[in-house]
Design a protein around this ligand. Structure first.
Ligand code: IDP
Ligand code: MG
Length: 153
């Protein structure tokens, strides 16, 4: 099975109605969607999701932002997707992110940066488990997979 990552379109992405544009970029890159949930992340869930940031000065503001309105939580799959998607997201703050990245194209701010992407295989496994039961992730073949990945011989 190819690598999987957790991608969240955060409340600002939903409220600004750019979720479709962000998903288009994931499809265009050849990623495969294997799970999705539209939900309002509660303060409790946000605190748990961002437990690595406990004690940091921005945690309270981050939790307030993430729990302020619904998010679209998804699992996508592709070889090397964790690193590829981190590059597609760009630097944490839109004001620092390169043009061409999601954050660099949709944001000039800081905390309101539209997307979350797991930062390592360990984080991906933990974050995916956090939102999805194993049977909520769908196994299927993309009929054009051969044309996306090619033959590497
Ligand atoms: P990442 O989303 O690029 O992995 P993290 O350091 O994991 O960045 O931070 C999680 C989220 O917390 C960021 O996406 C951003 O929304 C917010 N954040 C991070 N650092 C700051 C800060 O210094 N001020 C305000 N918000 C921050
Ligand atoms: Mg992070």
């Amino acid at each position: 099975m190819a690598e999987r990552t957790l991608i969240i379109i955060k409340p600002d992405g939903i409220q600004r109605q750019v979720a479709g544009q962000i998903i288009s970029r994931l499809e265009r890159r050849g990623f495969k969607l294997v799970g999705a949930k539209f939900l309002h992340i509660t303060v409790e869930l946000a605190n748990e999701l961002y437990s690595v940031h406990h004690g940091k000065p921005f945690l309270n503001g981050l939790v307030k932002f993430i729990s302020s309105s619904p998010s679209l939580v998804m699992v996508w799959e592709a070889d090397g997707i964790i690193e590829i998607f981190r590059k597609m997201m760009g630097a944490t703050f839109g004001c620092n992110a390169e043009t061409g990245t999601i954050r660099g194209d949709f944001s000039c701010g800081k905390r309101f940066n539209l997307v979350h992407g797991s930062d390592s295989p360990e984080s991906a496994a933990r974050e995916i488990r956090f939102f999805f039961k194993p049977d909520e992730l769908v196994n299927y073949d993309l009929t054009n997979a051969h044309w996306i990945c090619g033959v590497n011989d």
